[in-house]
Design a protein around this ligand. Structure first.
Ligand SMILES: [Zn+2]
Length: 248
């Protein structure tokens, strides 16, 4: 029952994050105008806005104009539902569950704004960073480690930005500073590594398939977000497994 409530809460939050994903890159307000169909402009009624269920019952089309609804909507909603659920299962009734829900919420929004519009909104980073600092301070975390994570996260990316002109956006640098604060030094290094490996593999795959050329850019934010998510959940296991294999 509790799991169901957490999952439903995630679906509802995901529905709000969809609004953020569509409006923030355009510089629009996330509260007004009220939700409407982006094809015909019809104002949506509550029955049209039930996460995932409305999408399925409408067979993925607008009730008013019949135009297809972007699959990103149900994807984000179910992703946030599942992420909240697994966060709660992993960290239980602790402040850490809240902390990671805030981090992951921001990461989901940034994953899609960077993927769709190559934008990492400062407002989202601020909404992640401030609660991160407050929670770390209130619950007496190792602030030196938070700071080391922040510095290593943005330091590595700043170095790349300096060495490879146009190779790294400032949004990526700021994103990794925030993630670094949340993760601390060890997990930050792991998420950077995961992001570089998966980003490079994906880039090579796109080039091999002829979808992109050597000079094309791909957004790096989604890889940083995914790397941070994996590192948060499994970083401890991954680092221990690595240590036991390579360091005796
Ligand atoms: Zn419509």
């Amino acid at each position: 029952m509790l799991y169901l409530i957490i999952f439903a809460f995630g679906l509802i939050m995901g529905s709000f994050f969809n609004v953020c994903i569509y409006r923030l890159p355009q510089g629009d307000s996330v509260v007004s105008p009220p939700s409407h169909c982006i094809s015909c402009g019809a104002r949506l009624r509550p029955v049209d806005m039930i996460p995932v269920i409305s999408y399925i019952s409408l067979k993925g089309r607008c009730r008013y104009c019949g135009e297809p609804i972007d699959k990103t909507y149900p994807t984000v909603e179910s992703a946030v539902g599942l992420i909240y659920l697994f966060t709660f299962i992993n960290w239980g009734f602790t402040y850490l569950a809240v902390k990671y829900m805030i981090l992951f919420s921001g990461l989901v929004i940034i994953f899609f704004t960077d993927l769709n519009d190559q934008v990492i909104p400062d407002s989202v980073l601020t909404c992640m960073f401030i609660p991160g600092i407050v929670l770390s301070a209130v619950f007496k975390e190792n602030l030196a480690d938070n700071l080391l994570g922040l510095l290593s996260g943005c330091g590595v990316l700043l170095l790349i930005a300096a060495l490879v002109p146009g190779g790294m956006g400032m949004g990526d640098v700021k994103l990794m500073a925030v993630c670094g604060w949340y993760l601390g030094l060890r997990l930050t290094c792991l998420s950077l590594l995961l992001a570089f490996v998966t980003g490079a593999a994906f880039g090579l795959l796109l080039i091999a398939c002829g979808r992109k050329g050597m000079k094309d850019m791909i957004a790096f934010g989604p890889f940083l977000a995914a790397g941070t998510l994996i590192s948060s959940f499994y970083g401890g296991y991954i680092i221990n497994a690595y240590m036991s294999i390579f360091v005796l």
